[in-house]
Design a protein around this ligand. Sequence first.
Ligand code: NAD
Ligand code: IPM
Ligand code: MN
Length: 357
Amino acid sequence: MKKYKIAVIPGDGVGVEVINEGLKILNTIKEIHGGIDFEFKTFPWSCEYYLKTGKMMPKDGIKILSDFEAIYLGAVGFPGVPDHISLWGLLLPIRKEFDQYVNLRPVKLLKGIKGPLRTEKIDFVVVRENVEGEYSGTGGRLYQGTENEVAIQTAVFTRKGTERVMRYAFELAMKRNKNLISTTKSNALNYGMVFWDDIFNNLKNDYPEVETRTMHVDALSGYFLLHPENIDVVVASNLFGDILTDLGSAMQGSIGIAPGANINPEKKYPSMFEPVHGSAPDVAGKGIANPIGAIWTASMMLDHLGETDSAKLIMKALEKVTEEGIYLTKDVGGNSKTHEVGDAVNNKIKELAKNSW
Ligand code: NAD
Ligand code: IPM
Ligand code: MN
């Protein structure tokens, strides 16, 4: 029996609602598989926790999490606590401290889901640099409150940090359709992005089989909408990857569908699995959040842990449910509740497992 210790941080708003559904699915996998066990430990770290304790997580939060093989997180941030406090108090330190330098975000239109574009051929992956770049947290404010006030936010790109995420993207492209787009903005950002391009151009020589292209992020945004069928793997800096993947999530029909993994590829530290969306304060508490992103994210977590059959089973069940189109939440044109979609996927997993396991 293989046992995985998983830290669960539901967080805020719909984060709590969708993680519930993901856990339901993981417990079913455990039940029907028989050979794997999950030891879940839930941590209440959130904005509510902050309002009670003055902190988003305890002082030794990172140390506590380092004991786990993976972290399953909903969303962080809610009105009442400034976003820069909640995010820099929980989500961003976890990504950085555990050196989760790859943020893997698949953009794929699931069967049965109506996307906004004229093509349905949407199946690519964004590899987002996840611990440095524009999110280095370097800068400051001078002469605060005066008319001479200046704010500086510095993007920091290191050779090691840039090279390793690009290598990851090249390796991924090798396993997929051998096509990689590097996102740049070197026409305006004359240090960081020129450096980014130089490293990319050097690395190309190590992967002669991969067809490459460098595109400015503004042009690439348009390309996402007009020619997604030509995209296989995209590598992007932290901020560009963030923006592109929200665009990507819309191409999938809803941000409630998009999954994500914050990976430390060396497995030296735990990786963290969280859907792309946030706490959605406008729909939180209504039971109508789409749980598909969180369930897909759970599948990515199993894949990372090496449980590929279970990961595939979840995806197969998920796509059967979207294809049937009976249980869908409001954001994708249905009227089911969050738990009804979760139950539908859960039942589908059991049904599929009867036939194939
Ligand atoms: P958001 O992703 O929470 O919401 C954007 C829009 O998408 C809203 O209209 C919302 O209703 C909708 N939406 C999001 N998730 C959905 C779901 N599962 N089902 C159906 N609809 C869904 O983005 P925001 O409004 O910019 O941010 C809200 C809060 O969440 C902020 O505090 C922000 O900082 C935080 N946030 C956290 C994460 C994270 O923890 N990973 C990610 C993004 C935003
Ligand atoms: C995401 C979110 C975060 C990010 C925010 C909440 C800090 O938008 O995970 O995409 O920008 O990385
Ligand atoms: Mn984002």
